[in-house]
Design a protein around this ligand. Structure first.
Ligand code: G3P
Ligand code: MG
Length: 239
């Protein structure tokens, strides 16, 4: 399963426009073997790779991401904001990203971005796209901050490796993880404590920390048992 120490965040968000195919390629070119990307549900039921609730920061479009449609989003430029070199880059659909990631032989941490409780709006669709388009289950981790989304994944697709995302680790972590039969915990490196890391490892889970972009930020974490770092710049950790 997860046998790498470096996962590219939003592809490789410091090297190319985040969550685009160019960012995924940049991660691979930097030597990363896994990438993390965010999947977002839009108004026509489509699934796109996007982080923000609004379109302004990472495209030349405007408005709420959830209110937009795939045809509208696909018409936007998602690269020019980053630099001229990436002008013309588009927001990938989930299927485009799955296909491209596998063509590069990368592993995938797919984060489900969904802040509401009605997770049946997004989870069955994501699982269906994965069933149809993702081949190697050992190279896939599904993560989310939304525990209801993970519970639904666990019920509908118990074969999938699930990761609970946390900012800080809450008191309920053990209960949360047992309930979804989690594979891993992904948490904010800056809020993790040594006792928490050691307890998570002792309970048998993989531990990944986001989003560290310097070696110093997580130098202690490796000693605490951190399995992998999720970083905007894989080059920093692969050098
Ligand atoms: O999956 C780790 C990290 O991506 C979670 O935070 O906001 O960057 O999606 P965010
Ligand atoms: Mg993410």
């Amino acid at each position: 399963m997860l046998d790498v120490k470096v996962v590219g965040h939003r592809g490789a968000a410091l090297l190319a426009p985040e969550n685009t195919l160019a960012a995924i390629k940049a991660a691979a070119d930097a030597g990363a073997q896994w990438v993390e990307i965010d999947v977002y549900l839009v108004a026509d039921g489509g699934l796109v790779i996007f982080h923000d609730d609004t379109l302004e920061r990472c495209t030349n479009g405007a408005g709420a991401t959830a209110q937009s449609t795939v045809p509208y989003i696909k018409g936007l430029d998602a690269g020019a904001w980053f630099s001229d070199e990436f002008k013309g880059e588009t927001v990938p659909t989930l299927v485009e990203a799955l296909t491209y990631i596998q063509s590069l032989d990368l592993g995938l941490n797919l984060e489900i971005k969904f802040e509401q409780d009605n997770v049946d709006a997004i989870v069955p669709g994501v699982l269906a796209e994965l069933d149809a388009h993702w081949k190697d289950n050992d190279k896939l981790i599904i993560s989310s901050f939304n525990k209801f989304a993970l519970e639904m994944c666990s019920q509908l697709a118990p074969i999938r490796h699930l990761a609970q995302l946390y900012d800080a680790i809450p008191a309920s972590w053990q209960e949360d993880l047992e309930y979804i039969k989690a594979y891993s915990v992904h948490c904010d490196y800056s809020q993790l404590t040594e006792p928490q890391a050691k307890a998570i490892k002792a309970a048998g889970y993989k531990l990944l920390c986001y989003t560290a972009n310097t070696v110093e930020q997580v130098s202690d974490h490796w000693h605490w048992g951190m399995d992998a770092v999720i970083t905007d710049d894989p080059k920093v950790f692969l050098a």
